[in-house]
Design a protein around this ligand. Structure first.
Ligand code: NAD
Length: 264
């Protein structure tokens, strides 16, 4: 299937690793030009070098910016005036008991997971409306619907993204701009892979055992009973970023292995 992405310019926040990096790979394979982002020049330059080696004809650049620092975000916006596709992917998670989560963590999670996308959309979304084409995608999570009791602050940010996404979609009425959210379920990104390996080595178990137990005890409603691969999420994101997905707007699209027990 030709996704008709050739020549489109996509900015992906938090894309030096994990789901964001896989999204960059898929965009490059489809002929889109990609702007990467990570926290340091080193990580951005390394990811650019790897992607250039994999896609020698691809157009890939990058800007380092830490979304916990507003001055970094402003620098990123000053460096990139206009884009066709905005993927709000940067995000952090950390299991922590509710009573142990201080105010600073609530603010930090909100700034990195929610305000990051708001700050970028505030600049790029009106320009998309003005040229009557654009895609904004928020990488939310199944945790925005199924709030995990081991990290309520993370769940709060993922629900907030759904609200912002739907609100922005309301502003696209009658245009060819769409705003949607993608809700991945447990996905084996770099961060999650490391987390599983740590659990396995501290418990003297194999990673396969840890994965099986995680789904049995913590995510029993998952229908696939395994972590998704980052590519499975990236393929969905790239499709909904494409001109082909023109009739999907204001939607929350699940790639969570059937974990959320709902038919809508
Ligand atoms: P990851 O930790 O593997 O990669 C995260 C990326 O974000 C990295 O490129 C990192 O550099 C960047 N990042 C982190 N903090 C940043 C900051 N302050 N400023 C700029 N960049 C920053 O994560 P992932 O698992 O690929 O997650 C990506 C997105 O997908 C997140 O929004 C996450 O909430 C969401 N998600 C992940 C899963 C999962 O199981 N992996 C499930 C549902 C949703």
């Amino acid at each position: 299937m030709d996704l008709k992405l050739t020549g489109k310019k996509a900015l992906i926040s938090g894309s030096t690793a994990g789901i964001g990096y896989a999204i960059a790979q898929r965009f490059l394979a489809e002929g889109a030009s990609v702007i990467l982002n990570g926290r340091s020049d080193e990580s951005v330059n390394q990811a650019i070098a790897e992607l250039k080696a994999e896609y020698p004809n691809g157009s890939v650049s990058g800007v380092a910016a830490d979304f916990s620092k507003v001055e970094d975000v402003n620098r990123l916006i000053a460096a990139i005036d206009e884009i066709d596709i905005l993927i709000n992917n940067a995000g952090i998670f950390e299991p922590k008991a509710f009573a142990d989560i201080p105010d600073e963590d609530w603010f930090r999670f909100f700034e990195i997971n929610v305000l990051s996308g708001i700050r970028l959309a505030r600049h790029y979304f009106p320009k998309m409306l003005a040229k009557n084409w654009g895609r904004v995608i928020f990488i939310s999570s199944e945790s925005g619907v199924f709030i995990p009791d081991e990290m309520i602050h993370y769940g709060m940010t993922k629900t907030a993204q759904l609200a912002v996404s739907r609100g922005l979609a309301e502003l696209t009425k009658g245009t060819a701009v769409t705003v949607n959210s993608i809700l991945p379920g447990p996905t084996k990104s770099k961060g999650v892979g490391q987390f599983i390996e740590e659990l396995a080595s501290s418990g003297g178990k194999s990673t396969a055992d840890v994965e099986r137990e995680f789904f049995k005890d913590m995510r029993p409603t998952s229908l696939i009973q395994r972590f998704a691969a980052v590519e499975e999420v990236a393929d969905t994101v790239v499709y909904y970023s494409s001109p082909l997905a023109s009739a999907t707007n204001g939607a929350s699209i699940r790639v969570e292995g059937g974990l959320v027990k709902s038919i809508l």
